[in-house]
Design a protein around this ligand. Sequence first.
Ligand SMILES: *[C@@H]1O[C@H](CO)[C@@H](O)[C@H](O)[C@H]1NC(C)=O
Length: 380
Amino acid sequence: MRPTLLACLASAFAGYAYAVGVTGAAEGFAKGVTGGGSATPVYPTTNAELVSYLGDSSARVIILTKTFDFRGTEGTVSATGCAPWGTGSACQTAINKDNWCTNYQPNAATVAVSYDQAGLLGITVKSNKSLVGQGSSGVIIGKGLRIVSGATNVIIQNVMITNLNPKYVWGGDAITLDNTDLVWIDHVTTSLVGRQHIVLGNNPSNRVTISNSFIDGRTSWSATCDGYHYWNLYFTGSNDLVTFKGNYILHTSGRAPKVGGNTLLHAVNNYWYQSSGHDFEVDSGAKVLLEGNVFQNAGLEVDTSSISGLIFTSPTSASNAACSSYLGHTCQLNAYGSTTSYTGTDTSFFQYFSGKNVASAATASSVQSTVPNTAGYGKI
Ligand SMILES: *[C@@H]1O[C@H](CO)[C@@H](O)[C@H](O)[C@H]1NC(C)=O
């Protein structure tokens, strides 16, 4: 009996050790990211421990096995804000953060706002960290994550971030990148944020892969007053390479994403569903390549009122062949259902894909049947 029992225990432990940590590897621009690498996993039990592990200077594999709720930990602030989109109960109002109301919304009605201070600034994440949820237990409420100020080599996987003052613009961003490199965001769910789900600030974020994540735009308070979140994905870094693959973008009304700065964006095999406004905003400096995506009931694929960047939407098999020499594959057609599609034919920026790690592309039809079931936390 004894040898058998020991063998069982040994294999159980081997299985456990193998299951702890990052699953898979990043594809696309952030290929090669290692995060905390082979560091012995740590299991924070309190908010303070989580903040400490993320913010110290050690390489760490941080496993989340519970919910970390930051609401109330920094107090509640009552102040005067503004109502740029009216005071209807479905409308977001805004915090006068950095005098935004005063400077940019001088004609908006003023309103009383009461918000949770913890939501406004995310937890600092330093270099060489893997933050990984176990099963569907890794949840952070009321505070986001900030990979900034030179932090590099970070993996965030299988985590849900939710409830950052969703009533209020400037109430909080779920994930912020600014002045970083080699970041992989995978199987993450973000919902009920005040401002952006994922924001890449104006400083370089360099190599970034966002994959298999769920941008859940369903809300009761929206800048478009219709239950669809407006501030979603903001990619405006001054030197950014962003692979955006296998993500599910649900129930948004704009800026999903907004692209500018000097950003090369490869958006491949994503699923946009239920948009009441536009998906892509293509601003000056944006270089956007869309392929193999599905847009279903997704409003305007591109905000055509202001296109000042470059965009290729893989419109025909003949034109998609031009991808081969730069991306290493022929681009895949996108698929559209009840969506106003846009034909972007600019190939002048394909040269920037040369020599980079470029994600593979499957057909749009395979996306429709998989992505809504595989994107987000709790799926690996
Ligand atoms: C991150 O890890 C790499 C590789 O081990 C190391 O060279 C680097 O100094 C680490 N960075 C920081 C900021 O600790």
